[in-house]
Design a protein. Structure first.
Lengths: 277, 522
């Protein structure tokens, strides 16, 4: 925490990126207040209106206000992506820590399963899983968790193996520390910074993958205002109503860029390479 | 790693922009010569075996196969490989006279014997043949083909126009029909075929005039947007079914648009089985009444669909204008009907409920056709206005069919050809005749009306066209009164060609695409 506060004061790029992240979250949180229309309200006589002062981003195929939908999409997409990253982080890290600390058969089982998952191309496997489960946001998230946890598990395991050899862990074991206590008090704090950085840098990628699944019809279902889904819905009108693709596309682009820059800057702030100094 | 994602994000955006810019580029219009024609299509067939699945459609669409009869622009049955036909006095034997000029592309003469074997082959290989008619005996004598049936089959000549009954040279047995196609009588022959691309060449022995192009390439471009772009860029010379949104791009003198009302109906069947909310006729009437079908078709689909009302589209003359839809658009009436049926929003969540349960309807649809998700979403939005919650279930087409048969839906969408045999008899029976132990597998909705069934039985043996028409109008009125389905609209279909292609006209029947009439403009 101290490092982050220090970073906000002294690392300009981190401060700027953090400002934009905060702004995004604020927009998402205040979507209901900012949005001029109900994003679900279909006034079909107004379908395909180009951007104007009344409808900033135009209207979509059912006459819904595109600006309101992009705003609500921020809340919808951001919250689901943040939840997704937290879930992946928890699942992956805990499995990795267990494998690394206990070793032996537990390690073999967990890591071989992880190896199996890695041997498939990620997005394709996610499409297959989401396809079998049926299209919904929850199922798309489950598919992405199944595909992505291995990265965190492998990273966490290798860090645990390194930390486990340290004298303070041995001392804790000699003092009769229970595994849970040792993991929680001595190991986790030491691996956490790198894990958090990985997670932060993953937000952008996860956002793209979740939007990708929705675009393909395996994620959010209509009428949800999800950016990936909106892209797909606008695709048919690419030449005649381009605003239906441009604005959700721009929203995804900006969000991903902001979170990636923030993830990069966060790494500089928390740089684990300096922890030995 | 994240660098990669970042560049991926940038690349996507750049790609998107390039795409948009490419669309704005100049339309290239290289004139078409008689050397080669390029035709952009949608294709579902991975084989050219005409009796397999619905693949016969593709055999006919690509100018390869022909039938004994065909439908003209008004859906009248007219001679094709058979030059005439007549029925015996006992109404049980049809005699077809095969055109003496007809030859296959390998030079073999088409005899009644070959036609007989060809039709028998269709019956042997595909059970769908029996849903048209069953025969007692087929006999051949020179150029005369006799088909005897146990019951009178008034529309038999029209049924034989279905691509399932394409006439193939049964003397040839050493071909791989899936990849090379059968030997047929059409203006073009297969040079190579795969689902993604077909190369056709002129049939040197064509029996019915000259073949205008030496070669025709038929790439499969399933995405409507990509198809439109391929036509703009000159990659293809003409295309089938340009989407509603893109049609405006071709309304200039570089292109010709041929558009007609098709014989298709887009409808959603309603599940009226015991325990389903739609079992109550008032709820069904309310749901139909709340849909603003006029706007769906005129605004959302930009007038490329005709607003729906009755089972049979107005392009077929079966009383569309005289039929009365008791459930035309009226939101107030819909709300009242729901209230009368005991559905009210007692907990204030915006959805009507009864006995503490909200009304929720599962709407099963697929997105292979661009209009289906739109109708489904529009229904969801309009139903919400009267307090009915519609849950969307987007499934693959292969999943949809078993769901229909098993009745796993409240609403299920279809885009169907209504005139399989030249008139809508088969279609009306398929969807609404009482399903007795699986006799009508398409009707899993539980709909059964003895009055309708009685008319259907009369229709089955009626030869007089005027009486047949009357019967089918009465049948439709019963369906409208009972509120059996949401009839969304009737698609117009189109073919868009470069101005240098002549007579690329879309026909009402869905399987005449590449014909001998399409030629380079003079």
């Amino acid at each position: 925490m101290d490092k982050i506060l220090y970073g906000l004061k002294n690392n300009r790029s981190f401060a700027i990126a953090s400002f934009f992240v905060a702004l995004l979250i604020l927009i998402a949180a205040a979507a209901t207040l900012i949005a001029p229309y109900d994003p679900y309200e279909a006034i079909m006589a107004n379908a395909y209106l180009p951007p104007s002062s009344e409808h900033l981003f135009g209207t979509d195929k059912l006459g819904r206000d595109n600006f309101s939908r992009v705003l609500f999409g921020a809340a919808y997409s951001l919250s689901s992506v943040l939840l997704l990253v937290v879930l992946i982080f928890i699942v992956g890290t805990s499995l990795g820590v267990i494998a690394g600390y206990f070793g032996g058969k537990t390690d073999i089982v967990i890591m071989r399963v992880a190896d199996m998952m890695i041997s498939f191309p990620g997005m394709i496997l996610a499409i297959a899983i989401a396809g079998i489960l049926g299209g919904s946001l929850i199922n798309a998230m489950i598919a992405l968790i199944i595909v992505t946890w291995t990265k965190y598990a492998r990273l966490a395991r290798s860090m645990v193996l390194k930390v486990k050899e340290r004298d303070f862990v041995t001392a804790a074991i000699v003092n009769g520390g229970k595994p849970l206590h040792i993991l929680w008090q001595h190991i986790l704090p030491n691996i956490l910074p790198l894990m958090v950085i990985t997670a932060a840098a993953d937000i952008g990628a996860m956002m793209m993958e979740l939007a990708g699944l929705s675009f393909l019809g395996f994620g959010s279902q209509p009428p949800a205002p999800e950016w990936g889904l909106m892209l797909n819905e606008g695709r048919q009108q690419l030449q005649t109503a381009p605003w239906l693709m441009v604005f959700p596309g721009l929203a995804i682009f900006l969000t991903v860029v902001v979170f990636n820059l923030w993830g990069d800057a966060l790494r500089d702030v928390l740089d684990p390479r300096q922890e030995d100094n | 790693m994240k660098k990669i994602y970042k560049s991926a994000a940038v690349a996507t955006m750049m790609g998107l922009l390039t795409f948009a810019v490419a669309g704005c580029g100049d339309d290239k219009a290289t004139p078409v010569s008689n050397e080669k024609l390029k035709f952009g299509v949608t294709n579902f067939a991975d084989s050219l075996e005409p009796t397999d699945n619905f693949f016969g459609w593709v055999v006919m669409r690509y100018g390869l196969g022909e039938c004994l009869s065909r439908f003209d622009d008004k859906m009248n049955v007219v001679p094709w490989l058979a030059e005439s036909w007549q029925i015996s006095d006992d109404k049980l034997t049809w005699t077809f006279k095969i055109n003496d000029k007809a030859v296959f592309s390998n030079g073999d003469k088409l005899t009644a014997e070959i036609a007989k074997e060809s039709i028998e082959r269709a019956f042997k290989n595909n059970t769908r043949a029996q849903s048209f008619f069953t025969y007692a005996e087929i006999t051949a004598d020179g150029q005369n083909l006799m088909i005897r049936t146990d019951k009178p089959v008034p529309t038999l000549p029209g049924m034989l126009a279905d691509p399932l009954f394409i006439i193939i040279d049964t003397k040839v047995t050493d071909r791989d029909y899936a990849k090379e196609g059968p030997i047929c009588t059409g203006p073009y022959m297969v040079k190579s075929y795969s689902k993604s691309k077909a190369e056709m060449v002129a049939n040197p022995n064509y029996w019915d005039g000259t073949v205008p192009f030496k070669a025709v390439d038929i790439p499969t471009i399933d995405d409507p947007n990509t198809r439109a772009m391929a036509l703009q860029s000159g990659e293809i010379d003409f295309a089938i079914n340009i989407a509603a949104g893109d049609l405006d791009l071709f309304k200039n003198d570089k292109y010709k648009i041929s558009e007609i009302a098709s014989l298709r109906t887009v409808l959603a069947q309603m599940n009226m089985n015991e325990g389903r909310p739609l079992a109550d006729p008032k709820v069904r009437a309310a749901l139909i009444s709340c849909l603003d079908r006029e706007t769906y078709n005129k605004v959302l689909l930009k007038d490329t669909f005709i607003p729906g009302k009755a089972p049979v589209p107005p392009s077929l003359d079966y009383g569309f204008d005289q039929l009365n839809d008791p459930n035309s658009y009226n939101v107030e009436r819909a709300k009242n009907l729901l209230a009368e049926a005991g559905w009210q929003d007692t907990n204030g969540d915006g959805y009507v409920d009864k006995n503490g349960k909200n009304m929720e309807l599962d709407f099963v649809y697929y997105s292979g056709r661009a209009e289906l998700p739109l109708y489904a979403e529009a229904t969801q939005a309009d139903a919400k206005k009267i307090g009915i919650k519609v849950n969307m279930k987007n499934v693959d087409y292969n999943v949809l069919d078993p769901m229909r048969r098993n009745g796993e839906f409240d609403l299920i969408i279809s885009n169907i050809l209504t005139a399989n045999s030249g008139d809508p008899e088969v279609y009306l029976n398929w969807y609404w005749k009482t399903n007795v132990n699986g006799s009508q597998p398409q009707n899993s909705t539980g709909y059964s009306n003895p009055e309708f069934d009685a008319l259907s039985d009369q229709l089955a043996v009626e030869f007089d066209p005027a009486k047949r028409r009357d019967l089918m109008i009465k049948m439709q009125q019963i369906l409208l009164n009972d509120g059996v389905a949401l009839f969304f609209g009737y698609p117009k279909t189109n073919m868009v060609s470069k101005a240098s292609v002549q007579d690329a006209d879309i026909k009402p029947a869905d399987y005449y695409w590449l014909t001998k009439d399409i030629k380079p403009a003079q």
